[in-house]
Structures are given as C-alpha cells and as structure tokens.
Write a protein that binds this ligand. Structure first.
Ligand code: NAD
Length: 490
C-alpha cells in the first residue's frame, strides 16, 4: 500500500479484528451520513456482542507478546503510525469534514492535534520508570515496577473523531496494553482510517481491534466488554449519563476507568480585563467545531461595568463569522452533527428568549444552507433559570450573564455538577491568583482561550469525570504498580 492516500483509499467499511478486516458476524450494516447534506457516505459494520467478544479474544491472545515487547519497539511502531497520520493529514482532514461537518482547516487541525498525542506517547513509552524503595530491613530488597493494566476498551464521541480515539489508543499501546475500540456511530470512518494506518505502521494482529455499531447495537456490544473480566480498563469520552452507566456496569469486574465527560464551562470577564483579548479568546474557545466541544464556554459571565460594551464588541465579531459547508474554504462554522443537536440548540434559544433574553446576533436556523445549520448567536440578559445555564448546549450559542462582584462570579461559575474547563479574563494579579484557585474545574484558562496540548493534563473534576489524557500523567491510567519484595539476600 502506498503511504500517501486519497480520501477514498482511507474509507473502510468493516471491523478490524485480529489484523483482518471482517464484516459483522450478523452481516448487518448501517449508514454514515454527511451532516451537511444528510446523504449517506458509506455503510459500515453494525456489530453485536459476537463481534465484541471476537475483538476481546484477539486482544487477549495478543497481550502477552505486546506487553513483553521492548518499549523502544513499541515506540517505533507508534512513531511510524504518527508519520503516516501526518503524511495523510489532508485526506484525513477531508474525511473528518465529510462525516463530522467541521471546516477543512479545523479537520486538518484536528489531525495534527491527534497526531501530537501519538508522538508524545511514542516518546513516553521509553520512559516508564519504577522505583527502588530505600531499604527497610537487612536482606530484603523492595522495588515497584509499572506494568500494563491489560486489555483496554476505548469508547469515543463524534465531535473529535480522530483526536479522541488517538489519545486513548496511543497511551494504551505505549504502556503495553492491547485495545478494543468502538467509535461513535455518527463518525466511524475516521477511526477506521486511523486503524488502517496503524495496520500499515506495523501494529501486530490483535493488538488493536476496532468494531463499529449503530447506537442501538452499541449498547449490547459494549456490554460484552463491560462484563468480560479480561477487559481491565474502560477509557471513555462522551456524555456524563453514559459515563455513569459504564461505571455502574463495569463495577462487577472492578475495572479501572478513565471518564472524560460533559462540561458546562464558565467564562468570566472582569471589569479589569483586556476586552479585545477576552473577545478573541471567547471566539476561539466557543466557536471551535461550532461550539460542539466539551471545553466550549457554555455560560459567559460579564461584570456589570463592561457588560453592554463587551456584548456589542462580541456581537460584531460573531455576526461576521461565516457559516458554510466544510467544503467552502472560507467556512468558519459548519453544520451541527445531526437533527437532535439542532433541536436542542433551538430549544435552548427559544426557552431563553421566552424568559426575557435579548438576541444580539443570530438566533435562528439557517435552513437555506442545509438541514443542520444554526446561526452563531449572542444572547443578553441570561439567567440561571434558563435551560442553557444548566445543560451543555453543544452549539454556537453565547449567553451573557451579568455579575457585580468577584465572589458572586466564582459562586455562579461553580454552581454546576460539572467541572471540566473554565476561563477568566482579568489583569489584576491578585485576582488572578484568587480566581484560579476558586474555580472548581480540571482545566483553567487564564487570559487564554486555547488550552489543549498533548503536553498538558486534560481532564475534569466533579461529574466531568476522572483520569487525565496527555502529559507525563497520561500513561498512569494505563499502568498498574507491582510491588516486588525479595528476601534471603544475606
Ligand atoms: P455519548 O455519551 O452519547 O456517546 C459517546 C460514545 O458512547 C459513543 O461511541 C456512543 O455510541 C457510546 N454509547 C452511548 N451510549 C452507550 C451505552 N449505553 N453503552 C455503550 N456505549 C454507549 O456522547 P456524544 O454525544 O457522542 O458526545 C458528546 C458528549 O461528549 C458531550 O457531553 C461532551 O461534553 C462529551 N465530550 C467530553 C470530552 C472530554 O474530554 N471530557 C471530549 C469530547 C466530548
């Protein structure tokens, strides 16, 4: 196979189990649609428990050899995979745009972002250290070594179809685990393409297995892994209710869990903020992927003294954003993922307006463009009673809440069960220290809207989950510690 591929060469329709592309045992398939048009792009395997079990069987057979492979050999495979992803960044970016809808520049950006995790963990594979514990007794030596947890089941959402699965597979393989995976039913093609490149990079048969399933069949298929005692870890990115379900169901076999769940990120603008920087930071964090991002600001709190001015500055910039299909080179916001997403956005805006919110920009569907488009929207006079205050909107809506003092802003920001990302803008160094300690969130952006990096620990607190992806901590979730105590040494 040539290493540089066109988009069509990257499309795979079958499951990847034990190094082979195989149809679902039932022979069933389901269609993947382009959210910009509603047209079917391809049909893929609609897997069941039988396929999930076959994937786990393959992962179990492959585990001993992969666990015992030299770290530098595992690293070499991951480096080759990284290089292939980079060589095919344009085609992968186009595939992401096609099935997920984000503009091509963002799709390609996601490829580079996902690839950065593969490279990071390829390097980390060779740096998994243990400890020699200072001697406590004569004749006894105590050491702690780290070893892979075993088979990892990776379940991912549709909003970053490449990055979310790459940042699970890469640390798992680096640690010496084998993987069974299931991508979201809306966007399975990118994950299949990624696995195709992993195959070309030389990942041995059974080390990485991927099955696809419709939402209906995903539940029993994943349940087969949840109840399989050989699967030792679940790594999940998705909504909080599904994360809680996975935690409950896997409790029977006490699996290790990493849960990257929903957010409801606050973004606070203090009177003393650099307002231009705050508007730019808000645009960058809010409108990435049209607001369909777990770290996307959902509630924007603006201090009374700058409330109207900030609203006007923001509305001008938001009204200028170009909404268009991903294929338009000038597109800044594409379609939302599906009809359910659009309906939720419209429900949130309608509810806010009914409760007194004023529309400063947008506030309507853009049906002339296609079935799933919504205008980027700025709402004034948002209140905590509105649905958009307590639910994650996951769309291009910016509600502006007014506040008077710092304590009130922190209290409001923390008044949510979630705790993934948070942001604030201020130029007062003492306030920066206080607020960055006061916010209940795993990630805090201080005068900065773009937070993601493979070198930083990404993850939440409260009902946004636990576990960290990326950084030097990112491997810990895939490792367990073995304590060795050797006696009779004197
Ligand atoms: P989702 O929870 O509906 O689905 C996520 C995955 O779980 C999909 O693969 C889906 O098929 C699968 N799934 C759903 N129900 C299941 C069940 N009962 N059993 C087994 N598998 C099941 O989430 P989504 O709509 O795809 O993604 C959006 C959500 O993901 C948002 O809440 C967003 O905040 C969150 N998210 C979080 C992060 C993070 O890092 N914290 C990143 C991206 C997205």
């Amino acid at each position: 196979m040539a290493s540089k591929l066109e988009l069509n060469d990257l499309i795979r329709r079958d499951n990847f189990i034990d190094g082979k592309w195989v149809a679902a045992a039932s022979g069933k398939r389901f269609g993947v649609t382009n959210p910009a048009t509603g047209e079917v792009i391809a049909d893929v395997a609609d897997s069941s428990e039988a396929d999930a079990r076959a994937a786990a069987d393959a992962a179990a057979r492959a585990f001993p050899a992969w666990r015992d492979a030299l770290p530098r050999d595992r690293a070499a495979v991951l480096h080759r995979w990284h290089d292939l992803i980079m060589e095919n960044a344009n085609a992968l970016g186009r595939l992401i745009s096609l099935e997920q809808g984000k503009p091509f520049a963002e799709g390609r950006g996601e490829v580079l972002y996902g690839a950065s995790y593969v490279k990071w963990f390829a390097d980390e594979a060779t740096r998994i250290y243990g400890d020699i514990i200072p001697q406590q007794q004569r004749g006894k030596r105590m050491t702690a070594v780290k070893e892979p947890v075993g088979i990892v089941a990776a379940i991912t959402p549709w909003n970053f179809p490449l990055a979310m699965i790459a940042r699970k597979i890469a640390p798992a393989l680096a640690a010496g685990c084998t993987v069974v995976g299931k991508p979201a039913e809306d966007t399975p093609l990118t994950a299949l393409a990624l696995v195709l490149l992993a195959q070309e990079a030389g990942v041995p048969p059974g080390v990485l297995n991927l099955i696809t399933a419709s939402r209906e069949n995903a539940v029993p298929a994943v349940a087969a892994w949840l109840h399989d005692s050989r699967v030792r870890k679940i790594t999940f990115t998705g909504s909080t209710p599904v994360g809680k379900y996975l935690a409950r169901e896997s409790a029977e076999t006490l699996k290790k869990l990493s849960l990257e769940l929903g957010g409801n990120a606050p973004f606070i603008v203090f009177d003393d903020a650099d307002l231009d920087a705050a508007v730019t930071g808000l645009l960058a964090s809010k409108f990435r992927n049209g607001g369909q991002t777990c770290v996307s600001p959902n509630r924007v709190y603006v201090q009374s003294g700058v409330y109207e001015k900030f609203g006007d500055m923001l509305a001008k910039r938001v009204a200028a954003l170009k909404v268009a299909p991903a294929t338009d080179p000038d597109a800044q916001i594409g379609p939302m993922i599906n009809a359910r997403a659009i309906d939720k956005i419209a429900r949130h805006v309608d509810d806010a307006v009914a409760q007194g919110a004023r529309i400063l920009a947008g506030g309507k569907r853009l049906d002339a463009l296609g079935p799933n488009y919504y205008a980027p929207t700025v709402l004034l006079d948002a209140t905590p009673q509105m649905q958009l205050s307590c639910e994650e909107t996951f769309g291009p809506i910016v509600p502006l809440f007014r506040f008077d003092d710092e304590a009130e802003a922190i209290r409001s920001a923390n008044d949510t069960p979630f705790g993934l990302a948070s942001y604030f803008y201020s130029q007062d160094i003492r306030r920066i220290d206080r607020v960055s300690r006061g916010l209940e969130a795993g990630i805090v952006g201080i005068n900065e809207g773009a937070l993601a990096s493979e070198a930083a620990p990404f993850g939440g607190v409260k009902e946004s989950g636990y576990g960290r992806e990326g950084s030097k901590y990112g491997l810990d979730d895939y490792l367990s510690i073995r304590y060795l105590c050797q006696g009779c040494l004197e």
